[in-house]
Design a binder for this molecule. Structure first.
Ligand code: SF4
Length: 348
């Protein structure tokens, strides 16, 4: 199989041009065709010679995402289920905010992390996506937005999968997204969310980017976190917090702590008090996410008043808090739900 052209960073394309006897500026032209004009056919790249176009055609292919399902919510959220070349399916979501359009991308087919409130992990990990397969999700979303002259203004890596278990592809994806000759998404408008893969958190801190980090914390202590997130047995709570402190010292950038509220499990006032104590000296922000019902797990939703009470306790301790606005509730927008339904129906 030919490699995907979207897998290649700008610097790698420059190298490729050099190896093929072409001047470096051809990489810039190619990058613009791919990401600015969003052309998916080498033959349309008319400022490249016929020979070069043929060489590109012989050497690369474009990622094709087959649209299996497209659901549009009343609030503007669009959720795609895309089929890949090997018959796997992935989800991508476009969210409409007052400040722009945000894309939530997937980095793995399935996930092996096993968070107990998440549908994405139910069938385990099938495979990593390549950088180009992650890039293709943004390009496809941008092509849809082109029709109304809108643009992708921010990216969250919060779809299915653990990006830090597919580290190299995720980093290559980020480099492609932020490159000034391509889509040029502002680094501060991109967030990578991890369940706490400690060695990769240190590595990411050392990358020296302006990209935001979010940590899925979901519990205020080691014992409860291990119950909700088996990954905590591999990377214990205190080690994850130490990696957060390293990231803060190294980058000076605020961390977002994602906290999925599960009725009666981690949403009591004492949990909020304990969380406030853990986070008290950190430059951070807490994002509370009332969980959607995952039937397989039997979790119930936290009552509205308890959500506000949890937020109030954190705020009173000086912690910055938001409650995630629910988007796409009418179209099963929670991570992994659409794919799970698809897997069920294809297995029948
Ligand atoms: S929440 Fe994220 S890391 Fe956890 S199982 Fe789901 S996809 Fe994997």
């Amino acid at each position: 199989m030919k490699p995907f052209i979207y897998d290649y960073t700008y610097e790698q394309l420059k190298e490729w041009m050099k190896d093929n006897g072409e001047p470096a500026f051809r990489a810039e032209q190619l990058f613009q065709w791919i990401y600015v004009k969003r052309v998916k056919d080498f033959d349309q790249m008319t400022n490249l010679s016929k020979e070069l176009r043929q060489k590109l055609e012989d050497s690369f292919q474009f990622v094709t995402l087959e649209e299996i399902t497209k659901l549009e919510s009343k609030d503007g959220t669009v959720k795609f289920l895309f089929g890949l070349h090997d018959a796997h399916a992935i989800e991508t979501v476009i969210m409409r905010h007052s400040y722009g359009n945000s894309i939530c991308v997937t980095t793995q087919v399935g996930c092996r992390i096993g968070c107990t409130f998440c549908a994405s992990t139910l069938g385990g990990l099938k495979r990593n996506l390549t950088a180009g397969e992650i890039v293709a999700q943004v390009v496809t979303a941008q092509q849809m937005l082109d029709a109304t002259e809108e643009r992708v203004s921010s990216i969250v890596i919060m779809g299915s999968g653990e990006p830090f278990e597919n580290y190299d592809a995720t980093l290559a994806f980020l480099r492609i997204m932020i490159h000034e000759k391509g889509l040029h998404i502002g680094q501060r408008h991109i967030t990578v969310s991890t369940s706490g893969i400690v060695p990769s958190m240190y590595k990411f801190a050392d990358e020296n980017t302006q990209i935001n980090l979010a940590l899925s914390i979901h519990a205020p202590n080691d014992k409860l976190r291990s119950k909700l997130m088996p990954v905590n047995r591999r990377f214990p709570f205190e080690d994850v917090m130490e990696a957060c402190r390293y990231y803060l010292a190294k980058t000076g950038r605020r961390i977002t702590f994602e906290y999925a509220l599960i009725g009666g499990v981690n949403d009591r006032p004492e949990h909020a008090e304990e969380l406030a104590e853990v986070l008290k000296d950190l430059l951070c922000h807490v994002n509370l996410i009332p969980v959607n019902h995952v039937p397989e797990r039997n979790y119930v939703r936290t009552p509205r008043n308890d959500i506000f009470e949890f937020a109030r306790i954190l705020e009173n301790k000086g912690i910055n808090v938001t409650i995630r606005r629910e988007q796409g509730h009418d179209i099963a927008a929670a991570c992994g739900q659409l794919r799970a339904k698809h897997m069920e129906s294809t297995a029948r």
